[in-house]
Design a protein around this ligand. Structure first.
Ligand SMILES: [Zn+2]
Ligand SMILES: [Zn+2]
Length: 174
C-alpha cells in the first residue's frame, strides 16, 4: 500500500495512524522462498516531529514457514518485531536520515509493502529449530533422527579422527 505523507510532512507535530495489510504471500530472499502462513494488518503510527522529520513506527506480527536448521522440517515461525524509522523532511519529499537511497520512498509516498520487506529482511531469524532438542539428521544416511534411530555407528570415530588418535598413540609409544 502507498501512504501519501505529504500532508503530515507539512503539518507540524501532527500525528496519524494508518493500517496496511501485508500483501506478500511468500518472502523471497537469497536464502530462498518462504511461505507467509500468518499475518496481521500493520498499524503504522506516523508523526511529524517539529517539521524536521517524520517518524513511522509499527508492530509487525507474521508467521513464516522456515526449515529447521538441523532436520530441515518446515517450522511455522512467528516473526514479531517493531519498526521505528525516522525520515527527514525535504523540499521535494522524504528521505532516510543518512541520505541513503531506498526503494520504499518516492517523494512523499511511502510504499508500506517495500518497507515491510526491508524490515522482515533485517529481522529474519538466524537459526530456526523445530524444538530445542531437535536431533537433526544423520550425516551418513540422512535419516531424521527425531523420527527414528538409524543403524549408523555413532560411537565409531570419524576416519580422520581415528588417524589423529593413531598419531597420539604413536607419540605415547615413543
Ligand atoms: Zn528439527
Ligand atoms: Zn544414519
Amino acid at each position: 500500500m502507498n501512504i501519501d505523507l505529504s500532508m503530515i510532512a507539512k503539518s507540524i507535530n501532527r500525528e496519524t495512524e494508518c493500517e496496511a495489510d501485508i500483501v506478500m504471500t511468500s518472502f523471497r530472499s537469497r536464502l530462498g522462498d518462504f511461505p507467509i502462513t500468518g499475518r496481521e494488518p500493520v498499524v503504522f503510527h506516523i508523526r511529524n516531529q517539529e517539521n524536521e522529520t517524520v517518524r513511522v513506527s509499527a508492530e509487525v506480527n507474521l508467521e513464516a514457514e522456515i526449515a529447521c536448521s538441523r532436520c530441515l522440517e518446515p517450522v511455522q515461525t512467528p516473526l514479531c518485531f517493531s519498526v521505528d524509522r525516522v525520515f527527514r523532511i525535504g523540499s521535494d519529499g522524504l528521505s532516510e536520515e543518512d541520505g541513503e537511497e531506498t526503494d520504499y520512498l518516492t517523494g512523499y509516498e511511502l510504499d508500506t509493502e517495500k518497507l515491510l520487506y526491508a524490515e522482515i529482511l533485517v529481522n529474519w531469524p538466524v537459526k530456526v529449530l523445530c524444538r530445542d532438542d531437535c536431533r537433526g539428521i544423520c550425516r551418513v544416511c540422512g535419516t531424521n533422527l527425531n523420527e527414528r534411530d538409524c543403524s549408523c555407528q555413532k560411537t565409531e570415530p570419524h576416519p580422520g579422527m581415528a588417524a589423529i588418535a593413531d598419531i597420539f598413540q604413536k607419540f605415547k609409544e615413543v
